[in-house]
Design a binder for this molecule. Sequence first.
Ligand SMILES: C[S@@+](CC[C@H](N)C(=O)[O-])C[C@H]1O[C@@H](n2cnc3c(N)ncnc32)[C@H](O)[C@@H]1O
Length: 432
Amino acid sequence: MVFNHSVKVPTQYRKAAAVLRKAISEKKSVRGLIYEQTHAKVPNLLALMSKYSDNKDAIEEAIEKTKLLVDNPRLDPSLGRILVAELLFGAGKLTGQNAKPVACVLSYKDKLQEAIGGAPAKSSKSARVSKPRYVRINTNAISINEAHEILSQEGFKRKDVGTENYDEFLQAIQAMDEDEYIVDIHVPSLLIFCPKWRNYWAKHDLVAEKKFMLQDRATCIVSELLNPKPGSVVLDMCAAPGMKTIHLSNLMQNSGKIYAVEQNEHRFQLLRNMVLEAQASCVEPIKGDVLAIDPQPDVEYILVDPSCSGSGMQNRLSLSKDDRVDEDRLRRLAGLQIKILSHAMSSFPNVKRIVYSTCSLYEEENEQVVKRCLGLCPQFKLLSGKKCLERKWNNFGNTQYKGIGKNCLYSLPDKDLTDGIFMAVFERINDE
Ligand SMILES: C[S@@+](CC[C@H](N)C(=O)[O-])C[C@H]1O[C@@H](n2cnc3c(N)ncnc32)[C@H](O)[C@@H]1O
């Protein structure tokens, strides 16, 4: 087939193909590239790209088996991949049928479907358990009672789980009716809705006004574990965009002080806006490298939530086959994580409690960082995360790390219906 490009391929397909091409050739993050695209409909691009990244293996196999790219050397390979993804794992049809690349892929429809074992195909990710929609009440801006009243006016019914058992709580979430919501078992300000309300809440005025925050359940548990009392002094070492900072300000009833540090200029602006809009008046945003700024001696609680591989994030768009970041990057990240956590442990004489969290599922960034920092800073001990959560938890670290694994917490996508998050709680050893 010879292509004459007189009829243009629809813009979204072209833009998605450009992102894919660049992500592969320059090893850049797909999400970052999408946000760099000018005049693009970002949600459409994200959806197109995730159809490819979620089903990459099946798509590549189908392209190989049908010889689509071999027999059509003028078909741009990235565009071919995007079109196949949309055809097999998206709408099941393509727009712009008069454009030659689109017509070419459409002519392979039956062969492609046969290659993946029949049609219609189901996305491998959407076949997983879908995550509920988590909505946290920002009590700086609205009371918990007011929030429940509004929900009742909107027709939602509060479902009382009637159990303190964690497994039964998870079962209740999955058995919820569509008009029901549940209050979280660990986080009283967190409301849990059926996945079908994802977009409803994304577009809701209360979210735009920062009265409600769209925040994954596991990331809320991080701040609850630090549990600073009202009036205390907190350091949030890696703060932007500020989701956990705002939650901490709620726990402190907006009294006391939270120093929220962020080194990246763009992310610092996000943090500053977030703090203002969420009415977190006890927060002082500080722009800088937390390893370089003067340590405030009065700090009592520290949150360490550093940059990480993000391997636990459920909406991550990854193109790598085994989903593992390269070893060099992992080593670099772990080095920085150890520096920041050990700085928290050694440079603040009055800090009594520290929580370390990542959205990574790699031991190199989790158990190994904890082990190294406890070795460097023996004045701190690791608390049992399970006890901190009143035993209502199921997933822990690798017990091969003696005295460490069993005390650390993992929140796992398929089991806890959250992003993949690691958490460790430290307390200063009092030597009386
Ligand atoms: C995982 S994100 C934090 C998310 C945030 N805690 C929240 O809940 O919204 C890590 C942040 O730490 C920042 N960061 C990394 N190293 C830092 C350092 N040395 N000093 C200050 N900020 C740092 C990164 O720029 C990034 O914005």
